[in-house]
Design a protein around this ligand. Structure first.
Ligand code: FES
Length: 141
């Protein structure tokens, strides 16, 4: 069964100036980016390598580089910039459909499963590792 797409109201178009980005606290969080060239993109907000918000990094007209290790993602597709692949992030973020309806930026969330960084859950919580004293193994909570 295919999951139904969710539509989110980001903000009025007039309130997101070129060169600015906002975070939507959806599950998982999304980034809404207005490039200096005038394009609006909505990739997943969290880098696929670690728990960091990609739009806190460097936004170019076609890509965004995360703030921690500068891995870049193409805004249109969410793919890791290539060539060459920018490590350490090697999985793409999703890219969501953007429309402007009655002056509001609307995001239709992709129904694909997100590539979340290790230990981050869809609702943005970090799972903590706990040692199981009986089995002497670690498990993620
Ligand atoms: S957190 Fe994005 S590349 Fe490391």
């Amino acid at each position: 069964m295919k999951e139904e797409a969710h539509m989110h109201t980001a903000c009025p178009f007039s309130e997101l100036a070129p060169g600015k980005a906002i975070r939507l606290n959806t599950s998982p969080p999304l980034a809404v980016i207005h490039t200096k060239a005038g394009g609006i993109s909505a990739p997943d907000g969290m880098c696929t390598h670690q728990d960091s918000f990609v739009a806190d990094g460097w936004v170019e007209n076609r890509s965004v580089d995360g703030p921690l290790h500068s891995s870049g993602f193409t805004l249109r597709t969410g793919s890791v910039d290539a060539p060459p692949a920018n490590l350490p992030a090697n999985l793409p973020v999703r890219s969501h459909e953007v429309t402007v309806i009655d002056g509001d930026i609307m995001i239709t969330e992709s129904t694909e499963a997100p590539n979340l960084p290790p230990r981050l859950t869809v609702d943005g919580h970090v799972r903590h590792q706990r040692m199981n004293p009986n089995q002497r193994t670690c498990s993620w909570l």
